[in-house]
Design a protein. Structure first.
Lengths: 223, 239
């Protein structure tokens, strides 16, 4: 089955980010969304450690380790950036001032529950700001492979792993489809043209619904 | 008024066994490396202070800073949001051996608990964590149709912070995003100790440029050209 690369998923997610939006990208894969911001749109990226107006990584050798993102990677400051303390940073989140948070997922359930911070009860638990982000941001989107590395569905009826937040996810961008959470159901909005509805349903752990036409999930060549 | 202290040794000399110590910083940025190492050196020489509770966003990395405290065996408990790092062995080893207790707190809740502690607000409600395993034992209440859980303030005996400029009154500025937890930790501790890159005369920091007003700072010590923890870790340094 054809599927999108990580870059393809990130590109698709970036197309939905509106001009003027304040956006938080989760550490790791979601950070890639910033690379595909459509030209002509101004998006302000928030970093939990206390930055608004975060820019891309500096050239190697030009890192300033007091300008880092939430994943502790070196970043830059765009013109108009601001720096603030941690309680203000999370007031922006908890107070509903961040328009969009984009996170990764272990599982998303059809009721919008998200599990993305811990697999079972193994290892040292580490939560970071994920729980704050999914309850505080005005809209929460997920970017993810459609299935796990072993082929298990990541879109499920109920999450088996510990929850990050309850009923928080609005949209999921996967390697096969764009799926919305609407009133406790997964609604298919877009799919790869080469993959049938039935084929996507077969690798989805909950019922997929259709509400209106299903668009073609097409990304630029080379991604 | 002169809150400046001449040496690192003197500025950490009275931190007691069992103290709750907030340590500013996020990753390596804003970690007061020299203050921490002065504390570790004192522990190695005297066996005190031990049994500390450390509050930081993380739980140390490599073999410097908070990781050096963990390696030394002077930490009984860590309160943090993210105890994993690029080189988490110091914490992992103590945690897996049951020698260090972990209280895991969502990052924004950690920040707000610290701010509440400094502002004299014993508890507050947040939606963060509702419906998750971190909600266990926390009272719930509905506000405007949404469920929130109650979190308590977090206060400390001591806070260690890293400023850029400081004056004898304790007024501080911070370098870039090294600010992170320092302003709120400075408010939440009974005794806030700052290391600053440059000690300046009162008035040299313009009043509107002061980030932490001196009322929140008990002592400060000048540490010119301080180490940056991330740089030390990348260079493979150990303390």
């Amino acid at each position: 089955m054809e599927k999108l690369s990580s870059a393809g998923i990130a590109w698709r997610a970036a197309q939905d980010i509106a001009d003027g939006a304040y956006v938080n990208l989760g550490i790791g894969f979601p950070e890639m969304v910033a690379q595909f911001q459509p030209p002509g749109r101004h998006v302000t990226y928030h970093s939990e450690n206390g930055i608004l107006g975060m820019g891309p990584a500096p050239e190697e050798g030009a890192e300033d380790w007091d300008v880092i993102n939430a994943g502790k990677k070196a970043v830059t400051l765009n013109p108009g950036a601001s720096i603030f303390h941690h309680a203000d940073s999370f007031a922006m989140v908890r107070g509903g001032h961040i328009d969009l948070a984009v996170l990764g997922a272990y599982e998303v359930a059809e009721n919008g529950d998200l599990a993305n911070w811990r697999i079972g009860n193994k290892g040292t638990p580490a939560v970071g700001g994920a729980m704050d982000m999914v309850t505080g941001a005005r809209r929460v989107a997920v970017v993810t492979e459609h299935v796990t590395k072993t082929g298990a569905p990541k879109l499920v009826e109920r999450c088996a792993n510990p929850l990050t937040g309850v009923g928080c996810v609005a949209r999921v961008y996967t390697s096969l489809a764009v799926v919305d959470v609407v009133d406790g159901r997964f609604v298919l909005r877009e799919k790869l043209p080469s993959v049938t509805f039935e084929a996507i349903q077969a690798v989805t752990g909950a019922q997929l619904h259709q509400a209106g036409p299903v668009g073609a999930l097409v990304v630029p060549e080379g991604l | 008024m002169d809150k400046s202290v001449a040496s690192l040794e003197a500025v950490v000399a009275d931190i007691a066994d069992g103290a709750v110590v907030m340590i500013a910083g996020f990753g390596g940025s804003g970690i007061p490396v020299e203050l921490i190492h002065a504390l570790v050196a004192r522990y190695r020489a005297t066996g005190h202070p031990g049994g500390l509770t450390v509050v930081n966003n993380n739980a140390g990395t490599g073999s410097v800073g908070i990781a050096a405290m963990l390696d030394a065996g002077m930490v009984a408990k860590v309160i943090c949001s993210f105890p994993r790092s690029s080189q988490p062995q110091a914490f992992q080893r103590r945690y897996e051996a049951g020698e260090v207790e972990l209280e895991l707190v969502p990052q924004g809740t950690l920040a707000e608990r610290i701010r509440a502690g400094g502002a004299g607000i014993p508890a507050f409600y947040t939606a963060t964590g509702v419906g998750t395993e971190l909600a266990e034992g926390k009272p719930l209440e509905e506000f405007e149709g949404r469920m929130y859980l109650r979190e308590r303030w977090l206060k400390a005996d001591v806070a260690l912070v890293k400023g850029e400029l400081g004056d004898a009154h304790g007024n501080l500025t911070y370098r870039l995003a090294a600010r992170n937890f320092a302003p709120i930790m400075a408010m939440a501790a009974g005794c806030t100790i700052a290391q600053v890159s440059r000690l300046v005369k009162p008035g040299e920091i313009a009043p509107e440029q002061v980030v932490t007003p001196g009322i929140f700072v008990a002592r400060l010590v000048e540490v010119p050209e301080p180490a940056q923890e991330e740089v030390l870790v990348r260079a493979g340094e150990a303390f």
